[in-house]
Design a protein around this ligand. Structure first.
Ligand code: NAD
Length: 380
């Protein structure tokens, strides 16, 4: 066997070097449905891996692998931060979500998920919908984030928006000594599922808004809410949002928006939003820190949706989800205080908290077999 391996053709990529931080990477291939997918399990230290499955027309397999490795590692931190007993995992399906989807493809994907026998739970992400996972759930129980009619928790943007609101209140308290949102101005980028709900709650609380969205429908929607609440909404372009005269910037659209170009334009005192991967690079947390702009780490603020999908596996319960989402308020405050105390960025403070939780669980795992632990047994 050893000899055979030595003679194997040279790989263009050092696969094992690339996945060295991960426990398991599974390539799924089903020619009959056209399914090509990769599932990455980064860590099951805290419990079975949990993470959505993205569908995207990746140009190369390497690009898809890169994405799934990065995203699954992020999930380990996100679960650790939200005090959820799940580990980090993610799936990517290579294909165009507009043209390459079929029920059969998602059923095939469900079979691959099932073959992992509970090491990986998954649901929707960019490019996939709850309906896709209703198909996948015909083949496996290890699916979450499905509609309430199918036993799921429903729309995850509701708790995600709730978490952003807790993050905003905590930030207000930290900055101004008062959590009240009335009379403050918030700049919102993206009025989609999360951003729109946050915008409406802010108007209801008596705040003023500066907003941007590429969708005219969303803009008109928030303008009509502003009339209903007699609130103040100023619409600006995608570029102008960074220089808005506001107290807090709320990114709720795409990632990478805190970068070398945009940070220097910001006039706000804090950034608190739902968008994933807001920092283009980790060093941008330091630039924000040096500029005296408080940054609420995205993976702490936007954990509401994750809290809901994780909760679903114990039997969906909305009040339990809300109670847990409320902990985002204290987590954010703790991170701000730790960052101040240790003179480190808020991102470092958050990462340290996660590493500590992972280390504590590693110690416990030395004494108990993870596979036999009751927390690996779910209602499904
Ligand atoms: P969404 O697709 O419903 O909304 C995104 C909005 O941003 C849309 O209205 C879109 O028109 C707008 N947009 C896109 N490009 C823009 C641009 N250049 N300038 C201004 N607006 C632009 O997505 P969502 O579910 O509301 O999620 C928003 C962000 O939060 C995403 O980054 C997502 O990954 C993250 N997030 C969402 C959830 C959830 O539960 N939905 C959970 C965690 C994180």
């Amino acid at each position: 066997m050893k000899q055979q391996l030595d003679k194997s053709p040279e790989m263009s990529m050092d696969i094992f070097g690339k996945i060295s931080g991960h426990e398991q990477v599974v390539f799924c291939n089903d020619p009959s449905t056209g399914l090509q997918a990769i599932i990455a399990i980064h860590s099951t230290t805290l419990g079975p891996a949990l993470g959505g499955t993205r569908m995207y027309p990746y140009a190369t397999v390497e690009e898809a692998l890169e994405d799934v490795l990065r995203l699954s590692e992020g999930m380990t931190y996100k679960c650790a931060a939200a005090d959820i007993d799940f580990g980090g995992g993610k799936g990517v399906i290579i294909g165009n979500p507009k043209t390459d989807k079929s029920p059969a493809l998602f059923r095939a994907y469900g079979q691959f998920v099932d073959s992992l026998n509970g090491r990986f739970f998954t649901g929707t992400d960019m490019g996939t919908t709850m309906d896709d996972f209703v198909q996948a759930s015909k083949e496996t129980n290890f699916i979450n984030g499905i509609p309430e009619e199918f036993g799921g928790g429903g729309d995850s943007s509701v708790p995600t928006a709730q978490g952003v609101m807790y993050g905003l209140k905590a930030t207000n308290l930290y900055l101004f000594g008062d959590e009240s949102l009335a009379g403050k101005t918030f700049a919102i980028q993206g009025l989609g599922k999360v951003g729109f709900k946050v915008a409406e709650q802010l108007l209801e609380a008596g705040a003023s808004l500066v907003v941007t969205d590429i969708s005219q429908e969303s803009i008109e929607g928030i303008q009509s809410k502003a009339n209903a609440y007699a609130g103040n909404v100023t619409v600006v372009s995608s570029e102008e949002i960074y220089e808005a005269d506001a107290d807090i910037f709320i990114p709720c659209a795409m990632g990478g928006i805190l970068n070398d170009d945009t940070i220097e334009k910001l006039k706000v005192k804090a950034v608190v939003g739902s968008a994933n991967n807001q920092l283009k690079e980790e060093y941008h947390a330091k630039i924000l820190h040096e500029r005296g702009i408080l940054y609420a780490p995205d993976y702490i603020v936007n954990a509401g949706g994750l809290i809901q999908v994780a909760d679903e596996l114990y039997g969906a319960n909305k009040s339990r989800v809300l109670l847990k989402t409320k902990t985002i308020y204290q987590s954010i405050l703790d991170i701000y205080k730790q960052s101040e105390l240790d003179a480190i960025t808020t991102l470092e403070a958050a990462n340290r908290k996660c590493q500590q939780r992972l280390e504590e669980q590693r110690q416990r795992n030395n004494f108990y077999s993870r596979q036999k632990s009751p927390k690996w047994t779910f209602y499904k």
